[in-house]
Design a protein around this ligand. Structure first.
Ligand SMILES: [Ca+2]
Length: 382
């Protein structure tokens, strides 16, 4: 075999070699907690944690875990790396806690600025339950905090180990519990790793079980509870992969194999100094008559600004899982779950002409869009 051919063969073998990483960036199995306060990263990227405070416990979800009893500074940090700033991501862990249901507690978060926000975080939200958010910026530079509706604390914190994860695929943020997507929100963009609230320099480390920023009392944001098997991937894992990762019956830490070529878009790690890339393209929904999607006021008469009732059609029959409503191109409603079957009232309509768009997504991911132009009964002041 000549050298050129050997090199080609070697490359092909490398490309085909099974690699169980699947985009795994960091993994903290927390099976042992050395006295120096470090937490080993077993992903192969050496993103080891440090500044650890918390007690080792033996009855983790898989082997050992860490108990955060609420002392100031509990949890651990991971020094920032470009690897920790992917454009698409999955953050996953197992967590166990009961009451009290403390609000705004960070389970896992990236960066932070003052008492404002992380770039993204799994956290207990304003209801003490669980939510996942990502601060994103679209191709036009518009910034949006993209957050899933929080699930109630009773649904998640029952003193049992629960598999929890947040995903962001460039368009949708989703919250997963025990292999099931339980909440989501949508807005195309990329995570903002340089948080610019024009107040403080943003801290960029990964924080597990804590949110400890200058000028902000860490005691108010500590997570109380047990954590095990914290992972970060540089892509949004698929439904099937999340079901594998969060299988409640698993007795060993699940391994996500690399996806077959072409089945899942690869994650992209953004170098810190790179120019903002364009938002990823989204498949356009199919245009249909809006009355196929919903019943809503007729277009001929002027519309009241106080009452604009909408009801979605065929939610069950067509397996609709999400409906987005836009007013003049701006999303004003993102409806999922039981709310899909309830009446919707758009209040505070703009004066004068406006366009309503309704986009539905079914369980197979197929999207339909219907549009209609209206004018309100109050003319726009000139
Ligand atoms: Ca463990």
């Amino acid at each position: 075999m000549n050298r050129g051919l050997a090199a080609v063969v070697a490359l092909v073998v490398l490309a085909l070699a099974p690699d169980a990483s699947a985009g795994l960036v960091a993994r903290y199995d927390i099976d042992s907690l050395p006295a120096d306060g470090s937490v080993a990263d077993s992903s192969g990227n050496s993103l080891n944690g440090g500044a650890r405070l918390g007690d080792a416990i033996a009855d983790g979800r898989f082997g050992g875990a860490i108990r955060l009893a609420g002392g100031v500074g509990t949890g651990f940090n991971v020094t920032n790396s470009p690897l920790l700033e992917p454009r698409r991501l999955t953050v996953a862990t197992w967590a166990r806690k009961g009451g009290p249901f403390n609000v705004f507690r960070t389970v896992v978060g990236k960066g932070g600025v003052g008492c404002s926000s992380s770039t993204w975080a799994l956290y207990t939200a304003a209801n003490g339950g669980l939510s996942f958010y990502v601060n994103t910026r679209d191709a036009n530079g518009q910034q949006a905090p993209l957050q899933t509706p929080p699930i109630p604390p009773e649904q998640i914190w029952n003193n049992q180990w629960r598999a929890i994860a947040g995903t962001f695929d460039g368009t949708e943020v989703a919250l997963w519990v025990d292999g099931v997507k339980v909440a989501s929100a949508e807005y195309p963009g990329r995570p903002v790793y340089e948080l610019d609230y024009a107040r403080q320099v943003s801290e960029k480390r990964l924080q597990i079980g804590r949110y400890d920023e200058a000028g902000c009392s860490a005691a108010g944001f500590q997570f109380f509870g047990d954590l095990d098997e914290v992972r970060l991937y540089d892509r949004a894992l698929s439904n099937t992969e999340l079901a594998t990762l969060q299988n409640p019956a698993a007795t060993e830490p699940p391994v996500i194999p690399d996806p077959l070529p072409g089945t899942t878009p690869p994650g992209t790690t953004l170098p810190p100094s790179a120019a903002p890339p364009a938002a990823p393209p989204i498949a356009a929904p199919a245009a249909v008559a809006i009355t196929q999607i919903a019943s809503l006021p007729p277009a001929k008469a002027c519309a009241s600004r106080r009452k604009f009732p909408i009801r979605l059609r065929g939610v069950k029959a067509n397996k609709i899982v999400r409906a987005q409503i836009k007013l003049n191109g701006k999303q004003v409603r993102n409806i999922t779950g039981r709310a899909l079957g309830l009446p919707i009232d758009l209040r505070g309509l703009p004066k004068g002409k406006f366009n309503v768009e309704i986009i539905t997504t079914d369980s197979a991911g197929k999207r339909l869009i219907g549009k209609r132009a209206y004018r309100t009964c109050v003319a726009k002041r000139r």
